[in-house]
Design a protein around this ligand. Sequence first.
Ligand SMILES: Cc1cc2nc3c(=O)[nH]c(=O)nc-3n(C[C@H](O)[C@H](O)[C@H](O)COP(=O)(O)OP(=O)(O)OC[C@H]3O[C@@H](n4cnc5c(N)ncnc54)[C@H](O)[C@@H]3O)c2cc1C
Length: 489
Amino acid sequence: MSRVLIVGSGPTGAAYARLLTEALPTVEVVMVDAGPVLTDPPGMNVKNLPDPALQAAARDASQGPARAAGLAGIPGGSVAEGTVTARHGTHLIGHPAEGSGGMPAAAVATCVGGQGAHWTCATPRPAGTERIPFIDPAEWEEHVSDAERLLHTTGSAFAESPQAEAVLRLLAGEFPDVPVRRLPIAADPRPDGTLRWSGTDVVLPRPDRFHLRPRTLCTRLLVSGDRVTGAVLRDQDTGVTERFEADAVVVAADALRTPQLLWASGIRPAALGRHLTEHPLLFGVVAVRPGALPAPARARRVDPITAAVNLGYSDAEHPFHAQLMFSPVCPVPLPPDHPQAGNPAGYIGMGWGVRKWPRPSDRVIFDDEAPDDAGLPGIRIAYGLTEREEAELGRARSVATRVAALFGDFLPGMPHVMPAGSSLHYMGTFRMGPADDGTSVCDAYSRPWGMSGLVLAGNGLIPTANACNPTLTSVALAVRGARALAAHL
Ligand SMILES: Cc1cc2nc3c(=O)[nH]c(=O)nc-3n(C[C@H](O)[C@H](O)[C@H](O)COP(=O)(O)OP(=O)(O)OC[C@H]3O[C@@H](n4cnc5c(N)ncnc54)[C@H](O)[C@@H]3O)c2cc1C
């Protein structure tokens, strides 16, 4: 019988747990997460909690060590849930490296389910040059289809929504050469037209097939020569540490904390933490013109969004993923006397994710002298946009202006470019590559070059400049990695 330790309970760690237990009847899978269980079942998307007060409590509990110590976290209500910029449930991480503006909005979640307990569930497939060129296209199709099944991705969310129909029609007329479709969403449509949003609860294996240990921090991997043999785990409540031996360790601890853990363990390949990318984000809210869309029904109290549409990626015409979410209530707070407050025709929140080209100098740097709250190496971020990305943002802005004109008027000051880190999609920091040439950390099966007993999972693997929400891609890479690991075990 073999034993596998998984560090991190987000969607990618959960995919490993599920696929390893399915492939290997006798494998023992232990999954640790530094954060607490928020929901029953564990890992559920907190948007499914029936009461806004319960949702707020779950989001507070995901805000890491500072919040657990009683310090203020990110407040609720600053941005409404369901928009691309929702942040309650996450906590800021890292400081700017010297000489850099860093990523002031970089944030992670510390809870069972990871960011997958809070995500918006947009799961479009990567297209064109977004795709990883050294993975065989036929194999990729299989992985991505399996990932869609694991996440319950549907292309028919809000199928009955008259606003969705109208948005689709107007966009298709304006942009005949760009893919226009319902936003693929990881969720199960309910008979009343609402969604049960996917968290890791839909991905994890049955509870009797693996062992979940919440509030358990992995502080170091055990390394013997070029082999990882287990990890040091710390119970966050008792402070007790233990050495945990395993045949394989899967580290799925997000794009900032996975390289942190490797660094802390003395695993420091040249590309570790480098080539950091995200999606520079242009965001705006349009107050819909009366008559432009069918009038909305009365807003639901918990989950007001009734349409989600994707203006998709094409290398030539529209190298962006744009997300349009219709809601009868404004997704950003407006003072009651604001001329666009309480707009009877509703609002569309819209965001354009833009490509960031990987550069070694955009990077996470680890500071052993200034550890974080958990005692792990401090995180510093060096990051900046180039003229190429600024030009792409300008191009996205002109598309956004055309889109807004179809429906109404942007709120004043919009669209605006969000602060670096706002996308919550950090990539590249342990990127995969076709060869061990110093520009990548992992091979095409997520195994760090030259090491055995260790597999990495998460958005940090993604090596391309892409605009696509990354989770579907990362779960597809987990499918690929889990199959290879199961075969090896
Ligand atoms: C509000 C919001 C909206 C989003 N919307 C979308 C979207 O629409 N589409 C999309 O594709 N993506 C979206 N994302 C991003 C998406 O949630 C992430 O891409 C996804 O969760 C990454 O999965 P993961 O398994 O790699 O890591 P995560 O989900 O980040 O999980 C990592 C886990 O590792 C744990 N951990 C870290 N370090 C340690 C350690 N040393 N020891 C033990 N445990 C550790 C953490 O506590 C965390 O639970 C959104 C995120 C947020 C917050």
